[in-house]
Structures are given as structure tokens and as C-alpha cells.
Write a protein that binds this ligand. Structure first.
Ligand code: ADP
Length: 176
């Protein structure tokens, strides 16, 4: 499913983000940047040790912020590592931090001159963020960003499994 935002395109697809050929893919990292399970583990397995080496050199990334490394053996040239919030009921600024994770990733991509970025559904796995709320924040943040900054031509949300894709599709329809 594609929507045009000015001269840019926002796309949602079902798939595996490690296969994406955008300039960068975004990793739902932990603040120690040590790799782990879920999409983080999949990206490090597919991209090889060069990514973890750069992560070690960077050291740390607080929730709501983003850092960039090589894409190693991935098709994507770069990995943007961002840290989403751990869901703990909704009263600990989870929404603000989730929005910031998307926004800081997009700002970093724009600053580095990248034209295309793929995102997973940050915080919706091990970190427990309710999926439709997370989808709404992800999509709204990307749409608002593209309206302000057309330098990024393509933003893709790569959803793992049919239910996640369907939820993003529903929220995208509501938003437009
Ligand atoms: P978090 O700790 O931020 O919750 P997870 O990796 O546990 O991160 O989950 C984030 C989302 O990434 C979940 O929706 C999960 O289904 C999804 N995911 C897991 N593997 C992949 C993959 N290879 N490509 C895209 N999304 C993935």
C-alpha cells in the first residue's frame, strides 16, 4: 500500500526488513547497542560483525534517540539504530519516546543525505507497545515529517507478519 506525501512516497509492506534495499534500514535496538533478539538479532545476523563493531565504538543510545552505522553485508548501506520505549502502561512518556525514535531516525537520515529508509514496528515486540497505538504514532510521525522535509523520497514500513501489516493498513486509512 502506497501513499504520496508531496513528492515523497510512504509505503507499508509485509516482509523481512533485512532484505530491504533502501539507503538505510532502522533497527529497534536496545540502549546498550549490544544486539539481541527480534529484529535487532535478525539485522546483526544478516549484516555481519561490522555492525556490532561500530555499535561498540558508539557505546550507548538513550530511548528516543538514534545513531547510524554501516549496513555491513546488508543491501542497505546503513543501519540507523534507534531505541524505542519499553511499554509500562502508557504513563511514562512512552508515546513521546516512540514518536521521538521515529523522528530522530528520519532527521538523521535527512542530515546524512539519504533518500530512502525502511522501518520496523519499533517497540511492538519484546518492548510490548500496543500495536495499533504504535502504528498510529509511527505513521503520523512519518507523514508529518515528509510534509516538512521532502528530501527523503521513500519511507517504507516493513511489517513482520500479516496481523502487523493489517494493523498498519487500518491506521493508515484512518489517518488519510
Ligand atoms: P522491540 O524490542 O522494539 O519491541 P522487537 O524486535 O522485539 O523490538 O520487535 C519489533 C517489531 O519487529 C515486532 O513487530 C516484530 O514482529 C518485528 N520484527 C521481528 N523480526 C523482523 C524482521 N526480520 N523484519 C521486520 N520486522 C521484524
Amino acid at each position: 500500500m502506497d501513499v504520496n506525501i508531496g513528492s515523497s512516497t510512504l509505503t507499508i509492506v509485509e516482509g523481512d526488513i533485512t532484505k530491504e534495499a533502501t539507503d538505510a534500514i532502522v533497527n529497534a535496538a536496545n540502549s546498550g547497542l549490544r544486539g539481541g533478539g527480534g529484529v535487532d538479532g535478525a539485522i546483526h545476523r544478516a549484516g555481519g560483525p561490522a555492525i556490532l563493531e561500530e555499535c561498540r565504538a558508539i557505546g550507548h543510545c538513550p530511548p528516543g534517540r538514534a545513531v547510524m552505522t554501516t549496513g555491513g553485508n546488508l543491501k542497505a548501506r546503513f543501519v540507523i539504530h534507534t531505541v524505542g520505549p519499553v511499554w509500562s502502561g502508557g504513563n511514562r512518556n512512552e508515546a513521546g519516546l516512540l514518536k521521538s525514535a521515529y523522528l530522530e531516525s528520519l532527521r538523521l537520515a535527512s542530515k546524512k543525505g539519504l533518500k530512502s529508509v525502511s522501518f520496523p514496528a519499533i517497540s511492538t515486540g519484546a518492548y510490548g507497545y500496543p500495536l495499533s497505538d504504535a502504528a498510529r504514532i509511527a505513521l503520523q510521525t512519518a507523514v508529518d515529517f515528509l510534509r516538512e522535509d521532502p528530501s527523503i523520497e521513500t519511507v517504507r514500513f516493513v511489517l513482520f507478519g500479516r496481523p502487523a501489516f493489517e494493523t498498519f493498513a487500518e491506521e493508515l486509512k484512518k489517518l488519510l
